[in-house]
Design a protein around this ligand. Structure first.
Ligand code: ATP
Length: 367
């Protein structure tokens, strides 16, 4: 196959920073990326994801730190000298050029011989399954097809690194899932190294080998999807990893990595990595799927049980999303296979090892 990525061994971001008019948009981003990795930058709007990507691409000068590729400093090189592939949310195709010509454009700029351009463009079109559309203009195609063209245009250049900025956010839900699989397939089969920006936790978890969670320009945690899912460093990361119940409480007692917290008057026990002490304000994190519903209270040392009343039930395919409220007024989000009806009294239980207790201070647990 003539399309395959240019190899490098490591790409090193060392305390990369970017300010805008004295305001920090990105601070101290340090990350070592190996060839072939798929990295997702994840975080809420305004956390600095696009800034990080644009710094990598060379579209924004750094205001601090360095970027090294195999030990060579590249952060002063203009974008074209870095030669990274870029895929944007809005596709950024040339509207007056056909699919073929859009894909060929970068190769023509690089003065690649005509015959080679022809072969590589044909191959790229084949890769993204756009054969029947090769002569169409972008405006004659769907959003998903246009995004395939944008991806083909990026990978045809055999870039050492492909940077993707929310490439699927303009597509409908079904197409998003299809394109997600497509992107992962291309990443693997072409041996790409990909950095992918998204605010969609599910997308990041399903695509990436490693995730970087950002908040207000600062790295909160770097790790594999499993790491972050099972061991979020703080409640901000937990929030992104599906801990929909982040309940405010005050520590009653804490010993040996376990803490009992008073949440709206009820004691909930969980594990903690933070040095919390009685009287500290904390957040208790529980994923909706980690709650069980029972009919009656049972004595068990390893679980916390709460009495609650069902308020809203939503059928979601194989499961129900239930919103319930404890007698003390605490709202709970639950996912369950059991049917429940609004108004029904239920016992909600959570095993201690599935409950995480986080210090509520903003930067707790930041590595
Ligand atoms: P979104 O998902 O909304 O695109 P993001 O995580 O990509 O958000 P950035 O676009 O990187 O966030 O922005 C980070 C911060 O830097 C924000 O506070 C933003 O207002 C600021 N910022 C970004 N670009 C500029 C600019 N050109 N001038 C001034 N401030 C900027």
């Amino acid at each position: 196959m003539s399309i395959h990525a240019t190899a490098f061994k490591t790409l090193e971001l060392q305390r990369v920073a970017r300010d805008f008019g004295g305001q920090s948009a990105l601070a101290n981003l340090s990350l070592s990326i190996s060839s072939g990795e798929f990295i997702a930058l994840l975080g809420p709007s305004g956390c600095g994801k696009s800034t990080a990507l644009n710094c990598l691409a060379g579209l924004l000068p750094l205001t601090g730190g360095r970027i090294l590729m195999d030990g060579r400093q590249i952060d002063r090189l203009p974008p074209e000298k870095r030669g990274f592939g870029m895929v944007f949310q809005n596709y950024a195709l040339f509207p007056h050029l056909t699919v073929e010509k859009n894909i060929a454009f970068g190769l023509e700029m690089r003065k690649v011989p005509r015959a080679e351009i022809k072969t590589r463009v044909a191959e790229a079109i084949e890769l993204v399954q756009l054969g029947p559309h090769a002569r169409k203009l972008p405006g004659q195609m769907s959003g998903g097809q246009q995004q395939r063209v944008a991806i083909a245009r990026a990978v045809v250049l055999r870039p050492p690194l492909v940077l993707m900025d929310e490439p699927l956010s303009n597509l409908d839900a079904k197409l998003r899932l299809e394109m997600r699989t497509e992107i992962r397939r291309l990443h693997q089969s072409l041996g790409l190294t990909t950095i992918y920006v998204t605010h969609d936790q599910e997308e990041a978890l399903s695509l990436a080998d490693r995730l970087v969670v950002l908040r207000q320009g600062e790295v909160q945690q770097v790790g594999t999807p499993q790491d972050l899912h099972e061991h979020p460093a703080n409640w901000h990361v937990a929030d992104f990893m599906g801990y929909r119940n982040l309940l405010d409480g005050v520590v009653e007692q804490s010993r040996g990595g376990s803490a009992t917290v008073s949440v709206a008057g009820t004691g909930i026990t969980g594990s903690t990595k933070d040095p919390v002490a009685p009287g500290d304000a904390v957040k208790v994190g529980i994923r909706p799927e980690d709650f069980d519903i029972a009919d009656s209270l049972t004595a068990a040392d390893s679980t916390t049980q709460l009495e609650a009343t069902v308020e809203v039930v939503e059928y979601q395919g194989r499961e129900f999303a239930v919103e319930a409220r404890t007698d003390a007024g605490q709202a709970l989000h639950i996912r369950t296979h059991r049917r429940a009806e609004p108004g029904q009294r239920i016992i909600v239980s959570a095993r201690h090892e599935r409950v995480l207790v986080f210090a509520s201070s903003m930067d707790s647990g930041t590595p």
